[in-house]
Structures are given as structure tokens and as C-alpha cells.
Design a protein. Sequence first.
Length: 485
Amino acid sequence: MKYPAVRNYIAGQFVEDAHPRTLDIFSPLSGAVISTVPLSGSEALNQAVEAAKAAFPAWSAMPIKERVQVFYRYKTLLDKHLQELTMLVHEENGKTLDEARAEVEKAIELTEFACSLPQLVAGELLEVSQGVECRAERKPLGVVASIAPFNFPNMVPHWTIPNAIALGNCMILKPSEQVPISAGRIAELLKEAGLPDGVFNVVNGDKEIVEAICDHPDIKAVSFVGSTKIAKVVYQRATSNLKRCVALGGAKNHLLVLPDAHVDMTASNVAASMSGCAGQRCMAGSAMVAVGSVDHIITRLVEEARKIVPGKNLGSVISQQAKERIERYITEAEQAGAKVLLDGRNAVVAGQEDGYYVGPTVIDHVTPDMAIAKEEVFGPVLAIIRAENLDEALDIENSSNYGNAASVFTQSGGLARYVMENASAGMIGVNIGVPVPREPFSFGGWNESKFGACDITGKSSIEFWTQLKKVTTKWNPESRVNWMS
Ligand code: NAD
């Protein structure tokens, strides 16, 4: 399907950008051009910031119980338009319809959490000495920005939009230029839910607009989700401009499989973890550490992975370049001596011959020094690394620069607990391949998978999107007597 040209959304209106640069948007499913996106610069950003600044006094002055009413209405609109939003994600990102629906459902859950914020942000009050009272309350920051990656066009923007806005901030969203269509529909639905113009704005673009966001003196906080390479750049640039920043980066998540693991449960979980969303998840288990004798589990895992078929229950990857990069990793590992048990190179889907598909791939006897063991492949590829014991497996996991997630598969509570305690990652799974903490828990990794103090969702995000105002009061007890006499 063809979509109208993407436009920026500023002060409640879709606006043309005078900026001449544009980019074609390809559907990864078919390789066809489905729209174009403007690559805006600081001029468009300045307009969006002015709109957000103008909206901020009235929006932030509104009690939070009133602000969240917008999100109650917005949640019902997301429910109503679930099918349509699902289709948008499917077409612009290439993930399967089931995965796209799950993404929008997760966006709904994130919106529900924002509706509960009044219960979570009530302040503190204490009489600190006779007649002297201290109170602390959470205040919004002002104009904030959210920069998103390509792999979740609907969900990742919802990591930030409902919480930041319900807490009283005005936001500028910069979607991924590869998948910018969903963001326009999000803007329309927020307006329909009653969000005042200027509270939410969308500016499209690439490096230029991201740098302008990091430099803009009136943007108080920047959240970023994307690769580690760019997360570092954004974190350094935003903080050197004295902004608050949380920047989530890439991942290499290890799945530690122990010999006593439940065979069917482990095989299906590992296969789903490495292939879901075509492996394009920061929570994908892309490295399995096989501890001791687990060949029986690997055999079952390959059987499971074989059932994952491109174009049926496996979506496409995002671009032709991504497909080539992923296939290059497989070839290089094979040339370095790893054994390809299941080969997804050169996958073709009948009727979608120009789509960007890579089949499920399982590679055994990968060694820790190979690029495929260390780097983020971001495709439906599982690298199996052999370890003799659990400590060696943990050393492999902990030597990674990343630290988003790690999982252990075992039926021993003691061994599971040992991994929980000793794995250097922000999100740990026990017999769970994709251990995403659901609300009210927060989402965020460790090491080079996240820069900044707070997590991006859940309770931790409340701290990120607000600042504490502390008030100390004392009243003269005589004044009441004087007035009454
Ligand atoms: P990316 O880093 O290429 O792009 C992310 C954003 O940065 C986009 O909006 C893009 O326009 C912008 N950008 C790209 N190059 C830039 C540059 N040179 N300077 C400034 N801005 C630039 O990431 P992607 O390919 O869109 O997304 C995939 C990556 O995101 C993977 O590494 C994945 O692990 C990561 N990711 C992480 C999480 C997490 O929670 N840690 C979640 C989702 C995705």
C-alpha cells in the first residue's frame, strides 16, 4: 500500500517542511517505495520547540488527575484502532502481523501505566521541627525530546510519550526515518483524545535533526533508543549541553543453557527469542552459551527453528543493507570454522521476491573471539558458544561490552539464583527467552546497553521526567491569635 508523504506535526497541525532533503520509505516486505519522509533541520525543530514552549504553562499547570484523562481516552482510541495501527507497523517495519499487534498492545499497556501516575507521584511531607514542615513534590522539566529506532515504530515512542506528557512535559518526538508513518497516526489519535496543540510534536529527520535536538538550549531532557554507537554520541552531546539524558543502546544477550534444562520449553523459548521480530529486538537472545552436554537440547532447538518460515511466521529485516550485513556475519563465522546447523541465507518468499528476508539461522561451535559472538547482528541468527561449566559461561556473558539482558535455562533454583546474582545485565530471565519487565517495573540495561542513571519506562522513568521541588514552611503561631482577638 502507498501512504501519503510523511509530514512534521507541529502545534497540532501537519506542516510541510521547506527543507529540501527527503528520503524514500521502503516496505521491507516487498522492497517497494511506500512513502517519503522529510529530513528536517533546525528550522523545523525551532518551530516545534516554540510550539511546545507555548503549550507548557497551561499543560503543566493542569492537575495530573486531569492530564491523565487524555490518556484514558487515548487508550480507548488505541483499542479501537488496534487493527489499523497493527497494519501500519507490519507494512513499514516488516514484522509479522502477530508481532505488530503485540507491539501495539504493549503500547496500550504503557498508556495504562501512565493513567496510574497520579497514584505514584504523590509527594512527601514531614514536620521536621516544631512548626516547620518540609514537602517535596515532582514538577515537570519543560520541553523534552524522544528519539526512536526503527525496530518498534509504535511501542518505543510509547515508552516515553504517555509518561513524559502525563507528568506535565511537552514533547518533541523524532521517529526513525526508516519507519516514520506510525508516529503521524499517534499524533492524530492524541489530538482526538483531547491533547492540547503543541504538547506533542513530531519532527522527522536523521543525524542533522538529532544533533539539533542535542544542541537546542530550550530542550531540557533527551531520551534516545538506538544503537550503542549513536547512543554514546547523543549522550555525550546532550549532557555536554547540560541536558538530562538517558540513551539506550544495542545488545548482545546471552542465553545460558544448562544440561538439566527442560528440553521442549528451552528449545521453543530459545528459538522464539532469537527469531522474534526477525531478531531485530534489543532483547533478542542472539548468543546461546551451551554449558556441558546439551546436544539433545540443540537438536530439539534446530527442529523448532526449522518451523520458523520467512513470509509466514517470520517477518523481514528492515533493509537490503541489513540483509547483506546479517548474511555477511554468517559467512564470516562459517569461514572461521563455525558449523552452520540451519542456514537462512538467500531466503526468498514467493510473491515477495524483492522483500528483505533472512531465514532462521543456527550456528554451532562459535568461539568467543568471532565477530558474530561479540557484535550485535540484529537478525534471526543464533550463535552457539560452548562452555565447560557455569563459571566459564558467566565469564563469556560478562565479557560482553553490552548488558541488556541475560537468561538461564535450568530446573535448579540454586543455579538460576547464581546466574541472577552474577550475570552483568540489567534484565535477567530464568527459563524466559525475552525477559522484558512489564509495568510497573522499568526497562533498561547495563554497561554499553544504557547510558544515564534512570531506566526509560515504569517507576524509574518518573524520576527522569520530573524534578523535585522541596518547600520548607514555618508559620508564626501568634498570628492566628492576633487575628482572632
Ligand atoms: P540507530 O542508532 O541507527 O538509530 C536510532 C536513531 O538515531 C534514529 O532516530 C536515527 O535517525 C538516529 N541516528 C542515526 N544515525 C545517527 C547519527 N550519526 N547521529 C545522530 N543520530 C543518528 O538505531 P536503529 O538501527 O534505528 O535501531 C536498532 C538499534 O537500536 C539496535 O542496536 C538495537 O539494539 C537498538 N535498540 C535498543 C533498545 C534498548 O532498549 N536498549 C530498544 C530498541 C532498539
